[in-house]
Design a protein around this ligand. Structure first.
Ligand code: NAI
Ligand code: 15L
Length: 268
């Protein structure tokens, strides 16, 4: 049966806020969790991913989990270790103990961020390209994908790892024309990831059907995902403001964009 009650971790964040708006249309009842209070949601669970008892209670009785909580940009290793590596482990353990069947894990393009971006007629990047994290942050997403595979192989806990590109209302850089996922397509993809049969551990890229796409959406489409949006309508304006990507600029040369630079260049 299709999942109805879904725990959304990271519900106070940017993507969590978008998904709180969009996922109920698909018929889900969301249980919300974040370390920060979720504005306008007095029933949300305020808990840290370090709190194993709280996680155990939070996952009890849900049909699935969408795991967005964590540090979403580069940070000192100790912080990434706590929130993203130990935190994701704690959540998987809680899910295993409570018999939750499926997790949708917010991985990131930064797990493969040091992959050169396709240029000209180069083929799209497949999901089985070797992982090449571009940051401690990307390294934590790479760990999360391995953790997901391990929990499938050992404990029959299914995961769809979504290597999200850039999911914001609008793309804000020329790079994002290639990796942008509209929030509506994000909800479509999460819905597909929650409902597809027999996913075991599936890795997909998360983006819209962008004209300038860099990666292969075959495994996402195999879940039943049919992206409806394309960043191209933003191209003229962004290119007029920022110019085309420059192959000589290191922050333009890899999938991970500015995350590959040391230190990462903000903002982008
Ligand atoms: P965000 O930083 O806006 O939200 C993350 C949320 O997680 C925050 O509300 C924060 O309070 C919460 N959080 C952090 N540490 C926590 C902890 N220890 N315990 C409980 N909650 C904690 O990030 P955003 O953009 O909403 O991203 C959500 C997820 O998707 C993240 O895992 C991020 O890495 C991933 N992602 C997002 C992309 C995007 O374009 N928005 C792209 C690729 C991946
Ligand atoms: C990510 O993983 C970040 O969480 C998000 O804030 C964006 O920076 C995105 O990648 C991106 O690559 O644009």
């Amino acid at each position: 049966t299709a999942p109805r009650t879904v725990l959304l971790t990271g519900a106070a964040g940017g993507l969590g806020t978008l998904m709180r708006e969009l996922l109920p249309e698909y018929g889900y009842t969301l249980r919300l969790l974040d370390v920060r209070p979720v504005e306008g949601e007095p029933d949300a669970i305020t808990a840290d991913l370090a709190d194993r008892d709280a996680l155990r209670e939070a996952v009890r009785g849900v049909d699935a989990i969408i795991h967005l909580a964590g540090i979403s940009l580069e940070a000192p290793f100790e912080k990434i270790l706590k929130a993203n590596i130990e935190g994701t482990y704690n959540l998987y353990e809680a899910a295993r103990e409570e018999g939750v069947q499926r997790i949708v894990f917010a991985s990131s393009n930064h797990a493969v961020g040091f992959t050169p971006r396709p240029q000209g007629d180069d083929p799209l990047i497949p999901v089985d390209t070797p992982r090449r994290p571009d940051t401690f942050y990307g390294l934590s997403k790479s760990f999360g994908e391995d953790l997901a595979q391990f929990y499938w192989d050992k404990h029959d806990l299914e995961t769809v790892s979504v290597r999200i590109g850039s999911c914001f209302r609008e793309p804000s850089s020329v790079r994002m024309l290639s990796v942008w996922m509209s929030p509506e397509d994000g909800a479509r993809l999460f819905h597909a990831a929650l409902t597809a049969q027999g996913v075991e551990h599936t890795v997909v890229y998360g983006s819209s059907a962008n004209t300038r796409l860099w990666w292969d959406l075959t495994t996402a489409r195999a879940l039943g995902y049919e992206p409806q949006d394309d960043s191209e309508s933003f191209a003229e304006k962004l290119i007029a403001e920022q110019g085309e990507l420059d192959p000589e600029n290191v922050a333009h040369a890899y999938l991970g964009g500015p995350f590959v630079s040391e230190p990462p260049i903000w903002p982008y």
